[in-house]
Ligand binder design. Structure first.
Ligand code: ZN
Length: 247
């Protein structure tokens, strides 16, 4: 295998190793983000509920003022009723009194139901506040424990990445365009820019390679790219042995 191909294979190996830790780091950071967004939406839901509660409390207090006014009206009517002497007028006022009394007792019952609903809503909010506080504490604990793991992972990634220095320098010395090409393919092809040829196929995209190209790759003297996915291709004795064993 020529030096350029060997360097590319080595570089891919280092990037594979880095990727493993990056996946762990992304997972950890993703978990934290998810927890934070749950916390956020719970907080918003709770704010909405508190607003609705405040509205209900205002409505209840307005209704109570109305009810007090009705009670006064009833008292006035009662006083007037005592003063009335004519039978016809008395009957009319008696009916008005009955209507007032009926309305008052209906409103009073409604107000009572409203007060009950408000109490239930308050209890519900209190229990959600409790849950939110517990979750917030959990997220804080998670953030604290993750911070250390995150920084360890970052340190590990940096340490592995430092192994790239020699190999990238060697590649650039051979051909300045190689490294940028490698980087582009790595990004476009799910982190795989250098793949072995297995049984005459590009193991990156499964394309069957033209026989002439396959022979050149097997010799390992010249750098070849897959015509379909552009990944760099290589052939190793291990792959050859595995192929032979598989047959
Ligand atoms: Zn391919």
């Amino acid at each position: 295998m020529n030096a350029v191909i060997a360097a590319l294979v080595e570089l891919q190996g280092i990037d594979d190793e880095i990727r493993e830790y990056q996946v762990q780091r992304d997972e950890l950071a993703g978990n934290l983000d998810r927890l934070r967004s749950i916390l956020d939406s719970m907080g918003k839901g709770l704010d909405d509920k508190r607003e609705r509660l405040a509205e209900a409390v205002r409505f209840h207090s307005d209704k109570r003022i109305e009810l007090q006014a009705d009670a006064e009206r009833m008292n006035n009517a009662k006083t007037k009723l005592v003063a009335v002497t004519k039978t016809k007028e008395y009957a009319a006022m008696q009916r008005e009194m009955d209507t007032l009394r009926k309305k008052f007792s209906d409103d009073e019952a409604e107000l009572e139901r409203l007060a009950q609903a408000i109490a239930e809503y308050q209890a519900n909010i209190a229990s959600e506040e409790q849950k939110l506080a517990e979750l917030r504490a959990e997220v804080t604990r998670e953030e604290e424990s993750s911070a250390e793991r995150l920084s360890n992972l970052t340190a590990t990634i940096d340490q592995i990445a430092s192994k790239k220095k020699n190999v990238t320098a060697a590649l650039t010395a051979q051909d300045r365009t190689l490294l940028p090409r490698y980087g582009r393919i790595l990004q476009q092809r799910e982190g795989k820019a250098v793949v072995p040829v297995v049984a005459g196929h590009c193991s990156g995209c499964r394309m069957m390679l033209p026989p002439q190209q396959y022979i050149i790759i097997q010799r390992g003297e010249q750098l070849m790219s897959c015509p379909s996915c552009q990944r760099f291709l290589f052939y190793t004795a291990e792959v050859a042995a595995a192929e032979a064993a598989g047959r």
